[in-house]
Each structure stands twice: as C-alpha cells, then as structure tokens.
Ligand binder design. Structure first.
Ligand code: COA
Length: 163
C-alpha cells in the first residue's frame, strides 16, 4: 500500500489544496492530510476548527486520513509508514522554499520522496492568507474555498469585527 503525507497549515483549507489532494489520490492508495502544529504561526482558526473544516470538505473522498502532528515531518512519515510527501507547486516563488524543505527532508530520511504536484492554473495565485484577507474585508471568496469553510469564515469574521 502506497501512503503519502500531505502536510500544511490549512488555515483554512482551500480549493487549491483540494485540487492537489485529488491529484495525489490518483497516485497513492492512501493520502494522510495532516496539520503541522507550528508554534511560530498564529492561525485564524484553531486546530480543532481546521480539522473539522478538512473533514467536512472531504466527506465524499475515499482513501484519505485527516490528522495533525508535532515534531519533524520525516519522523511523522516514518511512524505512519508513508513513503512520500506531497506538496503543491503553484509558482516559481514557491520553488526555493520547497526545494530547501525537500532537500533537508531527504537529508534527514533518504527513503522519503517529495512529490510536487501543480494545481489547476485557476488556483496558482491562491493561498490561505489571501483568502483570509479578502474575507476579512467582506469580499467574495466563494470560488476559492469549500462551502463548509465559507460558512466558518463568515462566522469568524462576524465575531472578530465589532459592528
Ligand atoms: N492551494 C492554495 N494554497 C496553497 C496550496 C494550494 N495548493 N499549497 C500551499 N498553499 C499555501 C498555504 O495556504 C499557505 O498559505 P499562507 O502562508 O498564506 O497561509 C502557504 O501556501 C504555505 O503552505 P503550507 O502548505 O501551509 O505550508 P507551511 O509552509 O505552512 O508548512 C510544512 C510546511 C508543514 C510542510 C513544514 O513546516 C513542515 O514540514 N513542518 C514540520 C516540521 C519539520 O519537519 N520541519 C523541517 C522541514 S525541512
């Protein structure tokens, strides 16, 4: 059984992430989409909320596990029996950071292969910060996130902005 890890912050999960996940599912028997707990990030959504949004968005998907982890990705992958890490490459600007991570992960565990997948071009300019920013200013993000995320985003923004 070929298992891949799809790690990220997912604050929140977007249609771009789902696009990458769907492509990964064509290559692997199982994909573990997992939230990396990163103390240096200050996410808008709690881990519990992010996990719930991922689960809601993936209700009809087969072969996916949803999880969160602490520590090194290579150790987590080893524990899970995964042989690959999936990352999305949207633009040249992603490349340097991704190359550094992939090479360092390879240095830490040469058995773990990083696989880069390109999302549909309509998602190449998308990231979670830009979605949060548009939503904060009451812009329309319907085309960029799954419906469950849209609802929670609106709710979060309503509670954050005193009117
Ligand atoms: N569609 C839309 N947006 C995407 C995307 C896609 N397909 N792929 C990535 N993004 C966006 C994310 O939304 C995020 O946006 P933001 O910064 O505006 O919030 C941004 O790209 C960063 O991507 P993300 O996938 O969340 O990665 P990350 O940089 O937060 O996390 C880890 C990278 C989790 C893989 C890395 O930190 C890690 O492995 N951590 C564990 C500790 C470890 O092993 N460290 C050593 C690594 S060498």
């Amino acid at each position: 059984m070929k298992i891949a890890i799809y790690p990220g912050t997912f604050d929140p999960i977007t249609n771009g992430h789902l696009d990458i996940l769907e492509r990964a599912l064509r290559l692997f028997d199982k994909v573990i989409i997992t939230i990396a707990r990163n103390p240096s990030k200050n996410p808008l959504f709690t881990e519990v909320e992010r996990l719930a949004m991922i689960r809601e968005a993936l209700q009809t998907y087969k072969g996916v596990e949803v999880d969160a982890f602490d520590g090194l990705l290579v150790e987590y992958a080893r524990k899970k029996g995964a042989t690959a890490v999936v990352r999305g490459l949207r633009a040249i600007s992603d490349f340097e950071y991704e190359l550094q991570m992939a090479l360092m992960n390879r240095r830490l565990n040469d058995d773990l292969v990083t696989v880069f997948l390109m999302p549909n071009e309509k998602y190449t300019y998308l990231n979670s910060s830009i979605v949060r920013e548009i939503a904060r200013h009451h812009g329309d993000v319907r085309d960029f996130v799954p419906p469950s995320v849209l609802e929670r985003l609106h709710e979060k923004i309503r509670h954050a902005s005193p009117t």
